[in-house]
Design a protein around this ligand. Structure first.
Ligand SMILES: Nc1ncnc2c1ncn2[C@@H]1O[C@H](COP(=O)(O)OP(=O)(O)OP(=O)(O)O)[C@@H](O)[C@H]1O
Ligand SMILES: [Mg+2]
Length: 473
């Protein structure tokens, strides 16, 4: 894909120009250079650059002239000025004219690298925002769904067409491709947005409870039904119901669901009173429903009723160009959540992310970024900071081949055994994370809430870490 990291260096001193150019090329950027302001303007007419690094004092067209011209022509180019003497006045003038920053000679190489990475980050975010704004024309706010690839743009345009209808939608896609995100976006951008969005994961609820969860029950209809209870369909009335993992629904419930959808009314389990429904139905699955239909595991009539408008979410490996956008999106989000200054990815790290297959799709990327941010101290994520299976230096654990323990003759209590392992890993992660639960959770690839729940269940305390502040961590 096109590498956007384009930098133009302008300096009339050959030594400086070449040293800088070599340094940045070595860091993985695409660099061009010019030995005068006039030449630079000539080059910029043909290609806009993400970053322009220019000497302030040039014979003829000066650094400030270049800065002004760039700001007129290309709003997302960032200009870094190099000044020979640290004259406060010129620096102030440059900043007023919209320079990204300035650096005084002789400069610190690391400082310059950080500056370049930050400038790039900023120019790319601005470019993205401009692009997204144009794409959406302010009409619908799918702004939390990131992606510029054709594949995802097609999803957007289909979504735009159906948000204000009541048509039944089936969202298809591998695990972690954003099915629930899309379902929510459809609801919250449509006419029903003031009403409920009720999600139910058909695969996570035991089959014997699913019926009453969906359709409700009356008191005494089965053991444990101590009072009347409305089902999710009733709760979602006038809003949207999201039937997740629809492919796991047992056959006898498929029959009942079909009837509810056809009649648009529901009866609670144990009651014959019909309740009128006006619910938009969005379902989702990562299974191949057509295949399941062929194998007789999914009712064909229900399949057609659910699949009025299909939305297919492509796996991340088929929309590689979205990878940098998503990576930066999650980087921003994570840094904000962890209350640290915005980090950036080195070009090599970004390349590694682009080359990776992402079997767990966007969700996997979100986890990888969270974990990497938690484990990286500096402002720039280098390739070596990434998990090993993505090309980094340290083993992330997810590629670890786990050898199960031998099972003794007399058997083993697997649940207790696994709890023992969990307990040990959580303790270690808490120590590594200096008692900060968010850090420990990131180390374990789970979210903070899950960690807290597990700690409660396993009766674990946060270890006392010297210097640790109290309060929510
Ligand atoms: N295009 C995207 N832009 C931003 N975030 C995304 C995008 N796609 C997915 N995500 C994020 O990735 C995570 C997984 O998305 P989601 O839960 O919607 O996936 P899913 O397809 O329902 O996965 P599963 O099949 O595992 O339930 C969520 O945190 C979601 O916000
Ligand atoms: Mg989901």
């Amino acid at each position: 894909m096109k590498n956007l990291s384009q930098i133009l260096i302008i300096d009339d001193e050959a030594n400086n120009r070449e040293a800088l150019s070599m340094l940045l090329t070595h860091a993985g950027y695409e660099v061009e250079s010019a030995d005068s302001g006039e030449k630079a303007l000539e080059i910029m007419k043909k290609t806009p650059f993400e970053i322009v690094i220019t000497d302030l004092f040039l014979p003829g067209v000066s650094g400030i002239d270049i800065l002004k011209k760039v700001k007129e022509d290309s709003p997302y180019t960032n200009v870094i000025l190099i000044t020979g003497n640290a004259s406060a006045e010129t620096a102030v003038e440059a900043m007023k004219e919209g320079a990204f920053d300035y650096i005084t000679k002789p400069f610190n190489i690391e400082k310059l690298k950080v500056l370049v990475a930050k400038a790039l980050e900023k120019s790319q975010l601005v470019a993205e925002n401009l692009y997204l704004r144009q794409q959406l024309r302010g009409k619908y706010k799918f702004e939390n769904i990131i992606g510029n690839s054709n594949a995802i743009q097609q999803v957007f345009s289909r979504m735009e067409r159906i948000v204000n209808t009541d048509s039944t939608i089936l969202i298809l896609g591998e695990s972690g491709t954003g099915k629930e995100l899309v379902a929510r976006a459809i609801h919250f951008n449509g006419a029903r947005k003031e009403k409920s969005f009720i999600a139910i994961n058909c695969g996570a609820i035991p089959a014997e409870l699913l019926e009453s969860e969906l359709f409700g029950h009356v008191r005494g209809s089965f053991t444990g039904a101590v009072s009347d209870k409305p089902g999710k369909f009733e709760v979602a009335n006038y809003g949207t119901i999201f039937l997740d993992e629809i492919g796991t629904m047992p056959m006898h419930l498929q029959m009942k669901l079909l009837r509810v959808l056809q009649e648009q009314e529901v009866e609670r389990v144990g009651s014959s009173k019909k309740i009128k429904l006006n619910v938009r139905v969005i379902s989702a699955t990562n299974a191949n429903l057509e295949d399941q239909v062929k194998k007789g595991q999914f009712r064909e009539d229900l399949y057609y009723r659910l699949n009025v408008i299909p939305i297919l979410l492509p796996p991340l490996r088929d929309r590689q160009e979205d990878i940098p956008l998503l990576a930066r999106h999650f980087l921003q989000k994570t840094c904000r959540e962890m209350k640290r200054s915005l980090m950036s990815l080195s070009p090599a790290a970004m390349q590694a992310l682009e080359n990776y297959e992402w079997p767990g799709n966007v969700r996997e990327m979100e986890n990888v970024i969270e974990r990497t941010v938690a484990l990286t101290d500096g402002d720039i994520i280098e390739k070596r900071d990434l998990p090993q299976h993505i090309g980094g230096g340290e083993d992330s654990g997810s590629s670890m081949a786990f050898q199960p323990p031998p099972i003794p003759e007399e058997g083993v209590n697997m649940v207790m055994f696994i709890e023992g392992i969990e307990r040990g890993m959580i303790r270690e992660a808490l120590v590594m994370g200096k008692g900060v639960k968010a850090k420990a959770a990131a180390l374990l690839g789970i979210n903070r809430t899950t960690l807290v729940e597990k700690m409660k269940r396993l009766d674990l305390e946060t270890p006392a870490i010297s210097g640790k502040k109290t309060g929510r961590r």
